[in-house]
Write a protein that binds this ligand. Structure first.
Ligand code: UDP
Ligand code: MG
Length: 246
């Protein structure tokens, strides 16, 4: 029985993924966890795939073309076999050691999400001012139009009970960066217990988030979440469908 599955979405990550996988592997082995690492290559055009060899307990999935972080995390989660499932960004902006605190909290909760905006968060390297601003505005939109109660929906470090993750992600349709909001929306809708925990964050400046395209796409995704809910798409399980939303 696998205790922890770690899902990592990767789009053109040849410069950071080897180091990330070494750190995660060292940590998980040291802790003596029964683990698997699921890397989802999101249509990378660089040498990401060849950096993935030589690691133990690794499952590699490859999207034919670039579809988005949301799609990739969803694909990884649906393949994961762990009792607990963590997804993490390829740059380890939140160090893997932080999973310790999330694992402690998951005993009392169904989902524990990392947060850069709570009192106990430790922001060691901040995002550029425009990204912080973008995050704050996005959070206001999230609160106004989709869900209340979260200070930071977008941190790329979230832990789920395995069965809970499957149930939620199976219904997910948002393929790009706003998928976290959809996941939290569904989790609340189904009455799961969610806890937001302040984590350590060291921003990595090589980002795939673009100020204009990503902002527009994320705003549109909020509208889609509401629409999908209104027309009943989040009511039924559609077997083996990965979703084709934005
Ligand atoms: N990512 C992905 N597909 C994409 C864009 C990003 O799988 O189309 C992955 C990326 O490789 C990383 C994660 O999503 O693991 C977060 O991306 P990034 O670090 O660029 O975002 P930021 O930290 O700036 O929010
Ligand atoms: Mg990053």
């Amino acid at each position: 029985m696998i205790y922890l599955s770690v899902v990592i979405p990767c789009f053109n990550e040849e410069n950071r993924i080897s180091q990330t996988l070494s750190k995660i592997t060292d940590y998980l082995k040291n802790r003596g966890f029964n683990y698997e690492i699921i890397v989802v290559d999101d249509g990378s055009t660089d040498k990401t795939i060849s950096c993935l060899r030589d690691f133990e307990n690794i499952v590699v999935l490859k999207n034919e073309k670039n579809i988005g972080k949301g799609y990739s995390v969803r694909r990884g989660v649906m393949e994961a076999k762990g009792e607990y499932i963590l997804f993490s960004d390829a740059d380890l902006s939140t160090p893997i050691e932080e999973v310790e605190r999330l694992l402690e909290e998951i005993k009392e909760n169904d989902i524990v999400i990392g947060s850069r905006a709570s009192l106990e968060s430790k922001i060691l390297i901040r995002q550029p001012w425009w990204r912080e601003r973008m995050g704050k505005i996005f959070n206001i939109f999230v609160r106004l139009f989709v869900i209340k109660g979260f200070k930071d929906t977008q941190c790329g470090f979230k832990l789920f009970k395995g069965g809970v993750a499957k149930r939620i992600f199976e219904l997910g349709r948002i393929n790009r960066f706003a998928f976290d909001v959809e996941i939290l929306f569904l989790a609340k809708k189904f009455g799961y217990k969610i806890k937001e925990v302040g984590v350590c964050w060291r921003n990595s400046f090589a980002s795939k988030v673009s100020p204009i395209t990503s902002s527009l796409n994320m705003a549109f995704s909020l509208f889609l979440i509401r629409l999908n809910d209104l027309i009943g798409l989040y009511e039924k399980i559609i077997p083996k469908q990965m979703g084709n939303g934005k």
